[in-house]
Design a binder for this molecule. Structure first.
Ligand SMILES: [Zn+2]
Length: 287
């Protein structure tokens, strides 16, 4: 059905080629222009305390939103960041009401059990649907929550058939997601943004400049969206990871059902190879 097709497109967009037209234009050398500015959004004074401001990257030429893809680690330092897109599109409430699961509590529980620091790129709509989980993730120091828009609509077009956000509405869509995280009680919120579908262009980078976020892409595609073979996902990740890599996966069990199972291989194998898991903020801090 149409809605399912749209979700499929959206998820596929999160996890497919980092080389398609809209990606990669802003990453070169950006990591070296890191600045300590742009603190995380302020949060209510309630325990646990908000973390220290997250490291960000200085704006690109003309104030464009900077883009981060992977760290150029010094001396081949074996660190890797696993990232999980918690996808839910603005119009998918009725499907959730009918029982479709856009969350993945088992994945989060396993990451805790394995003590794997991770970054969750959450849509605002997801946080509204699962406020208890958003708060739980967003108050656990093992995790940080980054912004994946409120609506999960496209910020450049075409983008896997997603509806498009106009330039004037882009910052508001991002702000609305941060507000949803705050409303849920999340405090470990970082000023990073992943474009839905990974689709962006200079107009989007310009329109989002006032939002003061660092856009975060990836260099390793897990292929977990709609995958049915966990081993294939694991092998793709293991084949792609190098020092400083950033892996894109999903935290949406209805459309990425094998992610947790794939990680049961990926996590011990990467550790065996000498890798340490870090959050995106740690990767950016390394430049
Ligand atoms: Zn997504």
């Amino acid at each position: 059905m149409l809605a399912a097709a749209a979700l499929g497109a959206a998820l596929a967009g999160c996890g497919t080629g980092s080389t398609d037209g809209g990606t990669g234009s802003g990453g070169d050398g950006a990591a070296s222009r890191r600045s300590p500015s742009a603190p995380a959004p302020s949060t209510p004074a309630a325990p646990p305390a908000a973390p220290a401001p997250a490291p960000t990257i200085a704006a690109g030429p003309g104030g464009l939103t900077p883009v981060f893809e992977r760290a150029r680690t010094k001396g081949g330092d074996k660190v890797v960041a696993l990232t999980f897109d918690a996808d839910m599109t603005a119009d998918q409430g009725p499907r959730a009401a009918r029982g479709e699961h856009f969350d993945n509590p088992r994945l989060i529980a396993s990451l805790r059990k394995w003590k794997v620091p991770s970054t969750v790129f959450m849509t605002g709509r997801w946080a509204e649907e699962y406020p208890d989980q958003a708060r739980s993730i967003g108050t656990d120091p093992l995790f940080e929550i980054a912004n994946h828009s409120y609506s999960h609509h496209a910020f450049s077009s075409p983008c896997y058939g997603l509806p498009t956000v106009g330039p004037k509405a882009m910052k508001a869509d991002v702000d609305r997601a941060f507000a949803a995280f705050r409303a849920a009680g999340a405090v470990n919120v970082v000023p990073y943004f992943r474009f839905p579908g990974g689709c962006y262009d200079d107009r989007a980078l310009r329109s989002l400049a006032p939002a003061k976020v660092t856009a975060v892409q990836w260099d390793v595609v897990s292929g977990d969206a709609f995958a049915t073979d966990a081993d294939a996902v694991a092998e793709q990740v293991l084949a792609g990871v190098r020092p400083g890599s950033l892996v894109v996966m999903h935290c949406t069990r209805s459309a990425a059902p094998t992610t947790e199972k794939a990680l049961r291989r990926v996590v011990p194998e990467l550790r065996k190879r000498g890798y340490r898991f870090v959050k995106v903020s740690d990767l950016i801090a390394r430049g």
